[in-house]
Design a protein around this ligand. Structure first.
Ligand SMILES: Cc1cc2nc3c(=O)[nH]c(=O)nc-3n(C[C@H](O)[C@H](O)[C@H](O)COP(=O)(O)OP(=O)(O)OC[C@H]3O[C@@H](n4cnc5c(N)ncnc54)[C@H](O)[C@@H]3O)c2cc1C
Length: 339
């Protein structure tokens, strides 16, 4: 039997999480599906250790800490999470509701859908050099989770200069392999990275990975060709690959929505897509002036919640209530019982 609900949110990044909160304030319970096994979207997956400086009222907050805080904030609304499963199918039923299905076979019968799918079901760009498949997830990684575990190790970083900074001083040796001489990281980060290279705390190498080296089934490092085609052996205990994301809209592209350059077009009143009852918030949507910032996703989630409310119950008059003073809000937030 499908799970019957008022709303399914696709994506547990910051926009999807805050969406739970805004719906909760309107007394709408949400199910949240994410293809990743973890909550947090890009913040949790790509840069959990990095500080963010443009979240209102937090002069600085770590990306993972932001996700933890959001989880704390939405706890009263008891959203149900379905992780490690991508939404693969979405169809409108004859009665106007939606049939939604995930890669794990979970089925929903839902009145509305909110797509908070960021860049799509994203995957870090993989190292595909010969031999890589044997070590993916073992010695070849795509995110830094516990830098303290790398103490004493020889580490190669492919791509991101920013990430090299994060590990400097915490490992035995750090080699940054970058395809081009120019970097696309923030100029301040590049400057710091060059300073580390100048002090010998980081080896900088420009070239292309040719092969993953191993001996008796053990990872040993990489062979790398320089601009002249000379092949060098770089020994290491592990390699971290930061070649960015390979965004994959996947099935979202086939749902008949109005899509512009891989973004879903929405109105700016309710953040509804071209399909009534399907909303899109956060990085996945586009409208004139759109900026892909966490802040924008939060604003969009607030207005989309009112849009969902209207779709579910068009005749109900909904008044804006302040969380500071409204007893109804306090009750929904679990602060006051039965008022
Ligand atoms: C290195 C870096 C630094 C950044 N710094 C800042 C900053 O300082 N300030 C700022 O405001 N922004 C910053 N950003 C951007 C910010 O992270 C994004 O704007 C934000 O994460 C978007 O949130 P979201 O919830 O829309 O999408 P995401 O965080 O991308 O989350 C979307 C989720 O949807 C899931 N999903 C996608 N498709 C499916 C599907 N079919 N089924 C199930 N699940 C699906 C994905 O797995 C993902 O978990 C930064 C981004 C990066 C990469």
């Amino acid at each position: 039997m499908p799970i019957e609900t008022d709303v399914v949110i696709i994506g547990a990044g910051p926009a999807g999480l805050f969406q739970v909160f805004e719906l909760g304030l309107l007394d709408i319970h949400a199910h949240v599906v994410d293809s990743l096994p973890r909550i947090g979207g890009q913040c949790g997956e790509l840069y959990p250790e990095k500080p963010i400086y443009d979240i209102p009222a937090y002069p600085v907050i770590g990306a993972q800490e932001l996700i933890d805080r959001l989880m704390e904030q939405i706890a009263p609304f008891k959203a149900q999470f379905h992780l490690g499963q991508a939404v693969t199918g979405l169809e409108r039923k004859d009665n106007g509701r939606f049939a939604l299905v995930t890669s794990a076979g979970t089925k929903f019968d839902t009145a509305t859908v909110i797509i908070a799918a960021g860049l799509g079901a994203f995957q870090p760009r993989q190292l595909r050099a010969p031999g890589a498949a044997d070590f993916n997830g073992k010695d070849i990684h795509y995110r830094i989770t516990r830098p303290e575990d790398l103490a004493g190790k020889d580490i190669i970083i492919l791509g991101g200069g920013d990430s090299a900074l994060e590990l400097s001083g915490k490992v035995n040796s750090l080699t940054l392999i970058h395809r081009r001489v120019e970097y696309r990281a923030q100029p301040a980060s590049v400057k710091k990275m060059k300073a580390l290279a100048g002090k010998g705390e980081l080896q900088e190498f420009h070239g292309m990975v040719r092969e993953v080296l191993s001996e008796d089934g053990e990872f040993r490092g990489l062979s790398v060709a320089d601009a002249e085609g000379l092949v060098h052996k770089v020994e290491a205990d592990a390699v971290y690959v930061f070649w960015g994301l390979s965004p994959n809209l996947g099935p979202l592209a086939d749902w008949g929505l109005d899509i512009d350059k891989r973004q879903i077009r929405v109105d700016t009143e309710k953040f509804e897509t071209s399909e009534p009852g399907i909303f899109a918030v956060g990085d996945i949507n586009t409208y004139p002036g759109k900026k892909k910032l966490i802040l924008s996703g939060f604003h969009e989630a607030a207005l989309a919640a009112f849009g969902v409310q209207k779709h579910i119950d068009p005749d109900k008059r909904v008044f804006l209530q302040y969380t500071t003073t409204s007893p109804i809000m306090h009750k929904r937030l679990g602060l006051e019982k039965d008022k």
